[in-house]
Design a protein around this ligand. Structure first.
Ligand SMILES: [Zn+2]
Length: 295
């Protein structure tokens, strides 16, 4: 049996060990401290730092600044290849696992780090609304990666056409606030924010977007370190766009199994999927909205 004292010394030593090997990255005036597993080779460590820097710059370029003043990122090695099991804690720490054979290309194509960093930019909400944070991270992540040039606009629309149906209500669904399945939490949540983005642009003739809403929430201090009531989040976001879209959509989707007519939406937005891949129809009625969502 390991005594409490021994365990404490061991914990202290591991903290000191990781602190000694930590690298500090300055991202738009914030400090991102990266603790890379000491077992990582120098080549892998360089790839990891590059990947974290790229992801952090993507977030900072979306918001104009990095969402929190400091964050610790703990990167553990696994025997797999790729990036796995990212978790963000209280806007202060991100734990993530990286395979020891992960390639440059896999780091470039990774979505997880960007997803986790978007969690730093939304307040913590009651557990019933987990879908809001997961959905927002999932919705904004590919958009940030297009800005970072690691994903193309067509790849994003393809992801959404394939993915959003997984977020639709199934039999017995009681709305997003009460149906905590994987599909409803992640894809259903992303769908909520996508619908919000389209609707804000529709009601304001593209002069406002979801970006204004989430920017206002972060600017009001709503980062991943603080807890907010849902009402404050919806009100802050809606005020920034001069609409009631977030309230309206939450009323529609929070307590009810609302399924939007996705096929009609793709047509209106001018997104066509065929054997040739994704093409765009600029004559579609909402093409002017589609052209601004991802770019
Ligand atoms: Zn997440």
């Amino acid at each position: 049996m390991v005594s409490w004292k021994l365990l404490s010394i061991f914990c202290l030593l591991s903290i000191l060990g990781s602190a000694a090997g930590a690298e500090s990255l300055v991202i738009a005036q914030s400090t991102v401290t990266v603790h890379v597993d000491p077992k990582a080779t120098p080549v892998l460590k360089a790839l990891v730092l590059d990947w974290i820097k790229r992801s952090a710059h993507g977030i900072a370029s979306y918001y104009g600044y990095f969402p929190v003043p400091t964050v610790d990122i703990d990167v553990r090695l696994t025997s797999e290849s790729g990036v796995f099991r990212g978790v963000t804690y209280q806007g202060r720490r991100i734990n993530i696992q990286v395979g020891e054979n992960t390639t440059t290309q896999e780091f470039i194509k990774d979505w997880e780090m960007t997803h986790e960093m978007f969690h730093l930019a939304l307040p913590l909400l009651d557990d019933d609304y987990d879908w809001m944070g997961e959905g927002l991270s999932d919705y904004l992540e590919p958009i940030a990666r297009v800005h970072n040039h690691t994903l193309t606009e067509k790849e994003v629309w393809k992801e959404w056409i394939d993915g959003f149906p997984r977020g639709l209500p199934q039999a017995g669904d009681e709305g997003l606030d009460h149906t905590h399945t994987w599909g409803r939490t992640y894809w259903g949540g992303a769908l909520f924010w996508f619908l919000a983005d389209v609707e804000i642009r529709k009601r304001t003739h593209n002069s406002h977007s979801l970006h204004d809403a989430v920017q206002a929430i972060l600017d009001a201090g709503g980062n991943g370190r603080v807890e907010w009531e849902l009402e404050r989040l919806l009100t802050t976001g809606d005020r920034a766009t001069g609409t009631t879209v977030l309230h309206d959509l939450h009323q529609q989707m929070g307590d009810h199994p609302y399924a939007p007519p996705l096929a009609d939406m793709w047509k209106e937005l001018g997104v066509i999927e065929s054997s040739a891949g994704i093409t765009f129809d600029d004559q579609a009625p909402l093409a002017f909205i589609r052209q601004h969502i991802v770019r």
